[in-house]
Design a protein around this ligand. Structure first.
Ligand SMILES: *[C@@H]1O[C@H](CO)[C@@H](O)[C@H](O)[C@H]1NC(C)=O
Ligand SMILES: *[C@@H]1O[C@H](CO)[C@@H](O)[C@H](O)[C@H]1NC(C)=O
Ligand SMILES: *[C@@H]1O[C@H](CO)[C@@H](O)[C@H](O)[C@H]1NC(C)=O
Length: 458
């Protein structure tokens, strides 16, 4: 049913965007200005990256076309100037989980689109940013709970990107961060003109994380599974590999895709002190365990129960930075062996590790150098532009995570990222949107995971 549309989109998508695409692998990472106390601008390892996205939820706390920084403008110059000195491009991120409330309104008509594009250009020029990263969560689908939303959001987004590209010119880097479930069109299915987004965007980052998490998943599971091989119903049809297939099938070129990778962990308390095997199509996994509602311990980025920016009550959101798993004695300093009662497992089905302490029933799903390597290898083998880490505060001083990805994308010989382990099974199940068009929008929406890492804090 979708195929003729997909083919049309593929041809329409060939036209090139700006000059931002260099053809060299992209090693990108988000630096969250709201967490500047965890990683000062002077401590950012610019040398490890080709691009930094300065992640700041701006612009939509009120329905105005002016971009604002909530009084923390003093953090812009230290990052932009250091990035430039290091030869690293730096984008301003616009939107995010808490900053997308009025996105739909802002781009709803031609007048608004022109005004917003002008305002973005003015802001980029004023501070010397190399580009803008549009992080609308989400066009055509509800995010935090009180976003304005229209069936024609995706069409309006595409129309806005055209105006924005015309406004900023070809040399400004334009990118977007998107859900693993893709962007939804007015019919509630995958946006039919997904491929056309490539006309104006240099890159799209697939936010291939928050697939399973304490606040919204019935079982434990990987933060960012590369494959859904052994997943429960909840995470079945949602993975990094499937998202890449979804975008490329829709005509969006692989060479403009960045695979998003989490530098953080989600903890759980399992129901049993023994890990149960889950067997799916002859593959066995220990990553999907029944859990209890007990709130597990988390690190500095954890949030307690509270109220989000929509005024709705939120559950506790415990999390750990990858580097905290080392600094709190759960992993050895090289990040590969469990410590302090924790055993480290690598789940071949999903391509991700987890830690388990059978005495305390603490289960921690995360990403590590091995999974970063596996995912970056996937990116290289599938012709992607590169990777994008969320976020810089999670990696160690030695850049264990990003270096593992660099070795797969920029190295001369590519080391085996996970020796002795065959990751996934090579079979990518077709995601719902491209195999059988779902009968109702709700079935697709169920597969758009809730992406709220850190967002509810800010
Ligand atoms: C354009 O959209 C804005 C924001 O939703 C609205 O305030 C304005 O009235 C609209 N203008 C037209 C001409 O529809
Ligand atoms: C997990 O929970 C489900 C639903 O309560 C139950 O049917 C299943 O037996 C449990 N699995 C294990 C391994 O305990
Ligand atoms: C990591 O450190 C542990 C403990 O010090 C050691 O046993 C292991 O061999 C190291 N792994 C690598 C890959 O260096």
């Amino acid at each position: 049913m979708l195929s003729s549309v997909v083919v049309a989109a593929a041809f329409a998508g060939i036209a090139s965007a700006g000059k931002g695409f260099t053809g060299k692998p992209v090693i990108a990472g988000y630096w969250p200005s709201y967490a500047a106390d965890l990683l000062q601008p002077k401590d950012i390892q610019f040398g490890e990256f080709t691009h930094i996205v300065r992640h700041w939820f701006v612009a939509e706390s009120t329905p105005t076309y002016e971009l604002g920084f909530g009084g923390a403008e003093n953090l812009i110059a230290p990052v932009v100037s250091r990035a430039k000195k290091a030869g690293v491009s730096v984008s301003l991120s616009i939107g995010g989980w808490t900053g997308s409330i009025y996105f739909s309104d802002l781009v709803a008509n031609a007048t608004g689109r022109a005004a917003y594009a002008k305002s973005i250009k003015k802001t980029l020029d004023k501070y010397g940013f190399s580009g803008a990263d549009l992080d609308w969560e989400f066009p055509g689908s509800q995010g935090i709970g009180c976003n304005t939303i229209r069936p024609e959001d995706a069409d309006n987004f595409l129309a806005f990107l055209k105006v924005l590209r015309d406004t900023v010119g070809p040399d400004t880097r334009l990118s977007a961060a998107v859900s693993v479930g893709g962007i939804l069109g007015a019919d509630g299915n995958l946006y039919q003109r997904t491929g056309d987004l490539a006309k104006y965007l240099d890159y799209v980052t697939i936010m291939a994380y928050d697939i399973y998490g304490y606040g919204w998943s019935a079982t434990t599971g990987p933060v960012g599974q590369l494959y859904d091989t052994c997943a429960t119903d909840e995470g079945s049809g949602v993975s990094g590999a499937l998202a890449v297939k979804l975008w490329t099938d829709a005509g969006f070129p692989a060479k403009k895709l960045l695979l998003g990778m989490p530098a953080y962990a989600y903890p759980y308390k399992t129901a049993s002190s023994k890990l149960a095997q889950r067997k799916v199509n002859g593959k066995t996994s220990l990553a999907y365990q029944n859990r209890t509602d007990e709130v597990p311990k988390g690190g500095v980025t954890s949030a307690g129960e509270g109220t989000d920016s929509c005024g709705n009550p939120t559950a506790a959101a415990p999390s750990w930075l990858f580097k905290e798993l080392i600094s709190t004695g759960k992993l050895t300093s090289n990040g590969t062996v469990g410590k302090g009662g924790f055993t480290r497992y690598f789940d071949a089905c999903s391509g991700t590790p987890f830690l388990f302490n059978s005495k305390t029933r603490d289960f921690i799903a995360y990403d590590d150098p091995a999974s970063f390597g596996v995912k970056a290898q996937f990116a290289r083998k599938n012709g992607l532009a590169g990777i994008n880490m969320f976020d810089l505060t999670g990696d160690t001083k030695e850049s264990l995570l990003v270096n593992a990805a660099r070795a797969q994308l920029l190295g001369e010989s590519f080391p085996d990222p996970a020796p002795g382990i065959t990751v996934g099974d090579g079979t990518i199940n077709a995601p719902l949107a491209t195999s059988t068009p779902p009968s109702s929008s709700s079935s697709r929406r169920a597969h758009v995971p809730r992406l709220f890492a850190f967002g509810r804090l800010f």
